[in-house]
Design a binder for this molecule. Structure first.
Ligand code: ADP
Length: 609
């Protein structure tokens, strides 16, 4: 779609003009005004003028004598002389004594005029403009300053718009949105039946799952204008500006109806309002939210303006925003499943040339948990890798390597590990792989490598599930924890010494063990009591504790016990298979990267079961 931009002059532009005028006035005009026309003459001329009685007003000072001619048209100036009879002669000549020119301005006044006054003008201007914007009814005045104008990007419908076919997977989301498209094509059908469209539709899901794409696809399919703005763009420095932007956005949308308004990251303005008003709250955000609620109430469902909003923090939204009549339809846009991942990979692979050997199903399996955006990135990384190797066709190896790049970062070519470190890393990784392979509930090993990565990993073992997994049994989680501890256990068994290499494993194992007890109800002691609740399901799954300090201590004790038990189990497995551990570690040390098949071949070649 083509983007149409509206010209805007920011506030700073007007401030600059005022500043320039003040500077010019001070530098050029003011000095001219303060200089009155005084002609300097010698004392002799002064004497002559007294003789000729051509003297009007006289002002005798210590440092100068100022005087005018009889007609008082020209002001003269001369230096003072020792002349005791001067006053008398002047008097005789008919001169009047008084002020010839006004007293020059006092330094205080000058300072006030040149320094304080401009600042006052500045502040006054700011105050005036912000008050004007707050009071204005239709927002028109503010628009003339370029402030409070919504910065929504407007896309006009075009044939190259994104379509539903471009958004792979996400079939449920597409189905719910299809109705909107149908309504925009044929509103009469709905009005006849007395049905009105939901005013707002909230797309919720983790980042990069295609929410923006879906919104654009709705516009693309319906062939209507598309307004796109991010929630954070509403929040401005001046109070009242966000509300004004909301008004402007809706005004524009109503003019262009039927159309779609898309507000990305609506949580930036739609967060729950604080209970106590005043200093603690965020006035600007709340005013913006209130304005949005008012605008949404203000138009009927059949005006043809459909508001789509996206968020990955639905739990933080103000309930007023999600109640029926506002964002009353909620469309989940979840991470893609195996089939979805495969479809997304294929959509993005249309833009590149792929070799015969590429199996998108395998790649999709390897990329478990990846979002649409990450998959798009994987395909692009693979294409870049092909170009680096001087090819135009992307092969399977490019795609596999790019998954590793996205997961673990680039290979660190210049990382120099000492021989012993390399042996420790090989042993550590084989520890993970062996424990995984010798348990009955672990995912198969796909690849083991000890090539350091830019993410800091010195090596890693990649396990890939054969299909999608929605549930995990207690035994599977326990085996997973044992696999995490396998690396450290191998170091203990082989070297009798432990290293810092296990820090990430420790973190993962603890997280799992903790979740088993506090969230999955997998301990006898606490049964099915929730001790922790997930507060942020789409962004890292943060949890908050909901139990007493005493219970927390008890949980900690249980977590330690659980991890310790699995660690011992892992050590036992490795001790029992010491010969295989040494053989495999030696092989990995030599090859640096081995596949799951190579690993299994050596393991099966007479493993002690
Ligand atoms: P979100 O708004 O959910 O954070 P986006 O819609 O901005 O995510 O997606 C970012 C990019 O990821 C898109 O430009 C697209 O290339 C890719 N992408 C995400 N989901 C999909 C999908 N389902 N199908 C195809 N591409 C996708």
């Amino acid at each position: 779609m083509k983007e149409v931009k509206s010209p805007q002059k920011p506030l700073i532009y007007y401030y600059c003009i005022v500043l320039l005028i003040i500077v010019l006035f001070n530098l050029l005009i003011a000095p001219l005004l303060s200089q009155s026309q005084v002609t300097e003459v010698d004392y002799g001329t002064f004497m002559d003028m007294i003789e000729q009685r051509d003297i009007g007003l006289v002002q005798v000072e210590d440092t100068q004598i100022l005087f005018t001619d009889r007609a008082e048209t020209v002001v003269y100036k001369t230096g003072p002389m020792e002349d005791p009879t001067l006053t008398e002669r002047l008097h005789d000549a008919g001169a009047r004594f008084g002020r010839v020119i006004e007293e020059p301005m006092s330094p205080l006044l000058t300072w006030f005029l040149t320094f304080i006054l401009p600042i006052l003008i500045f502040i006054g201007l700011g105050q005036y403009m912000s008050r004007k914007l707050m009071n204005q009814a239709g927002g028109k005045n503010a628009m003339s300053f370029g402030m409070g104008r919504s910065s929504a990007k407007v896309y006009v419908p075009s044939t190259q718009g994104i379509r539903f076919a471009d958004v792979a997977g996400e079939d449920e989301a597409k189905e719910s949105l299809q109705e909107i498209v149908d309504y925009l094509h044929n509103p009469a059908k709905y009005t006849e039946a007395g049905a009105s469209m939901p005013k707002g539709i909230l797309l919720v899901g983790p980042p990069g799952t295609g929410k923006t794409m879906l919104a654009k696809a709705v516009a693309g399919e319906s062939g209507v204008p598309f307004f796109s703005i991010s929630g954070s763009e509403f929040v401005e420095m001046f109070v009242g500006m966000g509300a004004s932007k909301v008004r402007d956005l809706f005004r524009q949308a109503k003019e262009k109806a039927p159309c779609i308004v898309f507000i990305d990251e609506i949580d930036a303005i739609g967060q729950k309002r604080s209970s106590g008003s005043g200093y603690g709250g965020n006035d600007e955000r709340e005013q913006t939210l209130n304005q949005l609620l008012t605008e949404m109430d203000g138009f009927e469902g059949n005006t043809g303006v459909i508001i789509l909003a996206a968020t990955n923090r639905p739990e933080s939204l103000d309930p007023a925003l999600t109640r029926p009549g506002r964002f009353d339809r909620r469309v989940p846009v979840e991470l893609p499943d195996l089939a979805g991942r495969e479809a997304i990979l294929k959509v993005h692979a249309r833009k590149i040339k792929t070799g015969e050997d590429v199996d998108f199903h395998t790649i999709a399996r390897m990329a478990a948990g990846a979002s649409g955006a990450e998959l798009a990135n994987i395909v692009n990384e693979a294409a870049l890798r092909a170009v680096r190797s001087g090819r135009t066709i992307v092969n399977e190896a490019d795609l596999e390597e790019s998954i590793e790049v996205v997961i673990a970062g680039y290979q660190k070519k210049n990382a120099v590990l000492s021989d012993r470190e390399k042996r420790v890393v090989a042993c550590h990784e084989i520890g993970h792989a062996l424990v995984a392979a010798l348990q009955s509930h672990s995912a198969p090993v796909q690849k083991i490598t000890i090539i350091p990565r830019t993410s800091g990993a010195l090596g890693y073992t990649m396990q890939v599930e054969t299909g999608d997994k929605y549930l995990m049994s207690k035994e599977e989680i326990e085996d997973k924890i044992a696999t995490y501890t396998g690396g450290r256990a191998a170091e203990e068994v082989v070297f009798g010494q432990i290293t810092t290499g296990a820090s990430n494993d420790i973190e993962q194992a603890t997280k799992l063990a903790r979740a088993m007890i506090t969230r999955y109800g997998m301990s006898d002691e606490f049964d099915m009591v929730a001790m922790e609740t997930v507060t942020n399901q789409y962004l890292g799954g943060d949890t908050s504790l909901a139990c007493s300090a005493e219970t927390q201590r008890e949980i900690d004790r249980k977590v330690v016990e659980l991890v310790k038990r699995q660690h011992e189990k892992a050590r036992k497995i490795l001790e029992d298979n010491r010969a295989k551990l040494d053989e495999l570690a030696g092989f990995l040390y030599e090859k640096e990267t081995i596949t799951g098949e190579q690993f299994m071949d050596i393991l099966k070649g007479g493993a002690e079961q």
